[in-house]
Ligand binder design. Structure first.
Ligand code: HEC
Length: 153
């Protein structure tokens, strides 16, 4: 039992050296959603506190993100989140894809599927109020109108 404990401790020490690369961009991407579509300050504040950690090129890391295996777990969420939707590369999406993503935003927020429960558990202020949800949903609808105007499909 004692031997097992020491091995576990050793393993924990060793994995600390394997750090995933952090998701931090030096500048705002030229393909950021705000470069083309309207993102009012109140919407931006909601995205910033509840979505951008996993859906943009800039994650605001908590202290425990420096500890393994926590960092791996966070990195996989960020990678997965960005693969599905990245506000930093939003204008590089086709109109059809961008429109569909906004449709998904409305659905995810309505169904309380986003932000992820594991995220709001650690970030209490990211739990959206009904008013914040409405703000986000109305904004996503607005962006869909803008996309439609742009593309005329
Ligand atoms: C902790 C990380 C995290 C946070 C915070 C987060 N998401 Fe996600 N999001 C994910 C992951 C991971 C996926 C993909 C897997 C899934 O659907 O569960 C995803 C999927 C999505 C999708 C589906 C995209 C598609 O077409 O498949 C939408 C839309 C979305 N998120 C919107 C949001 C919005 C809006 C917020 C803020 C209110 C938010 N997310 C906050 C991690 C996150």
């Amino acid at each position: 039992m004692k031997k097992f404990f020491w091995l576990l401790l050793l393993a924990l020490v060793i994995i600390q050296f394997f750090r995933p690369e952090k998701n931090i961009a030096a500048t705002t991407a030229t393909t950021d959603i705000a470069t083309k579509y309207t993102v009012p300050a109140d919407v931006n504040a909601i995205l910033q506190k509840a979505c951008n950690d996993c859906h943009s090129n800039n994650t605001n890391y908590p202290w425990y993100s420096n500890i393994q295996p926590m960092a791996w777990w966070l990195a996989s969420h960020v990678k997965d989140g960005k693969r599905h939707l990245n506000f930093s590369t939003f204008t590089s999406y086709s109109y059809k894809r961008a429109d569909h993503k906004m449709e998904e935003v409305i659905e995810m927020v309505e169904k309380n599927e986003m932000p992820l429960a594991s995220y709001t558990w650690a970030h209490k202020d990211a739990k959206l109020t009904e008013a914040e949800k409405n703000t986000l949903i109305n904004w996503a609808r607005q962006v869909r109108t803008e996309i439609k105007k742009d593309s005329a499909f």
